[in-house]
Write a protein that binds this ligand. Structure first.
Ligand code: PLP
Length: 376
């Protein structure tokens, strides 16, 4: 009899900086599906195989749970009673949930009025102390870095190295599911921790141990039994109004409908840049209209409802396949970072414009003509 899945620390214990003394705080995160896209590749006429790693199916609805199980478990090991983070929403939801499980207090700094309602509801329900600041994520991040010197709280933003350790496991899962590394990995970039975590994961999975690898210091845990020979090219995509990697430096007042990546001063800038350069990948950017169009397309062509920020990885894959940057027959994976149910306001607004929504009297004839009218 196989034992039930117990979360990613249990599964990848030998690849993670935990010991038998580490109290594992888990909500059974990870082990998310890798879903092959079938309709979009047909529409764009490509023989590339496109897969989505749907991280919206984690316990709090985003990939942040992968990093948070590690960050909170290590904080518990170190005896922390409270944690703090700045957040565009999903980090606060994850921090609040894992802190609840650990019996800790979570303090979350969020930008006033710029957080999706579902995420705010989560943080409130899980019992975090919500500190709304009159400023953006980057302002919150600056404050969090300073408060840890003034108050007994552990930082659980992705500058906490255990966050990336947890997040790297998504790359292990992809390599295991495909039996090899993809040729290209497409991913949204905000604070730039996740792209750095994936690169660490792919590098370790290949047992790379190369001089140029800035991540594992020659201690790749898969060195003796690599899971894969190659590593993918890492493709990082940003919202046009919040694209510091495209501007090669800070963006002062980042703006985008994709609030999860509304960040102008990414904390993992250097790691992410190194990942893209070492892998022979690239960064690119998309407008809010392009992001929302792909969010809708993924839902109504593929049955995958993600939040706006998450759709940008598929925006990137589609554009780069169409323009030939990604060649025919390539194996492409896209991280779809968060669940669409977190941000229903934007989704409903956009669908009301396109109009598949009618109101009729409660009568059989009216229902019949509504249906037949749409089938003709
Ligand atoms: C946090 C987040 C991102 C950005 O990830 P970074 O590690 O900050 O680059 C993208 N999408 C969603 C849904 C997120 O929650």
């Amino acid at each position: 009899m196989s034992s039930p899945y117990k979360g990613l620390i249990d599964r990848y214990r030998s690849r993670l900086p935990v010991s038998t003394d580490t109290p594992v705080i888990s909500l059974c995160e990870g082990d998310t599906p890798l879903i092959e896209l079938t309709n979009i590749p047909k529409e764009i006429g490509t023989s590339a195989r496109m897969y989505v790693k749907f991280e919206g199916l984690n316990p709090t609805g985003s990939f942040k749970d992968r990093g948070m199980t590690m960050a909170i478990s290590k904080a518990a090991e170190e005896g922390a009673r409270a944690v703090v983070c700045a957040s565009t929403g999903n980090t606060s939801a994850a921090a609040a949930a894992y802190a609840a499980k650990a019996g800790m207090t979570a303090f979350v700094l969020i930008p006033e009025g710029k957080i999706a309602m579902g995420k705010l509801a989560q943080a409130m329900m899980y019992g975090a102390v919500i500190i709304q600041i009159r400023g953006n994520f980057d302002d919150g991040m600056g404050l969090v870095k300073r408060i840890a010197d003034e108050a007994p709280v552990a930082i659980v933003n992705s500058i906490n190295p255990y966050r990336l350790q947890g997040q790297k496991t998504a790359a292990f899962e992809i390599v295991e599911a495909l039996g090899r590394a993809p040729d290209y990995h497409c991913i949204p970039v905000g604070n730039a921790g996740n792209i750095s975590g994936y690169w660490m994961g792919y590098s370790e999975a290949s047992g790379c141990n190369t001089a140029s690898c800035t991540l594992c210091d020659g201690n790749c845990p898969y060195l003796d039994q690599p899971l894969t020979q190659a590593r993918p090219r890492m493709l990082g995509y940003q919202a046009a109004g919040a694209a510091p990697f495209m501007r090669n430096g800070k963006v002062e007042n980042p703006e985008t409908v994709a609030t999860a990546i509304r960040i102008g001063n990414p904390q993992s800038f250097a790691l992410a840049k190194a990942a893209v350069d070492e892998s022979g990948g690239w960064f690119d950017e998309f407008t809010d209209d392009e992001i929302l169009a792909m969010q809708k397309r993924l839902a109504d062509r593929e049955g995958i409802f993600c939040e706006p920020a998450s759709a940008i990885s598929v925006c990137g894959a589609v554009r780069d396949i169409e323009n030939g940057r990604i060649g025919d027959g390539a194996l492409v994976t896209c991280t779809v970072t968060g669940n669409g149910l977190k941000d229903t306001d934007i989704a409903i607004q956009q669908c009301q414009k396109t109009g598949d929504f009618i109101t009729i009297d409660a009568e059989l004839d009216a229902v019949k003509s509504a249906i037949l009218g749409r089938l003709n």
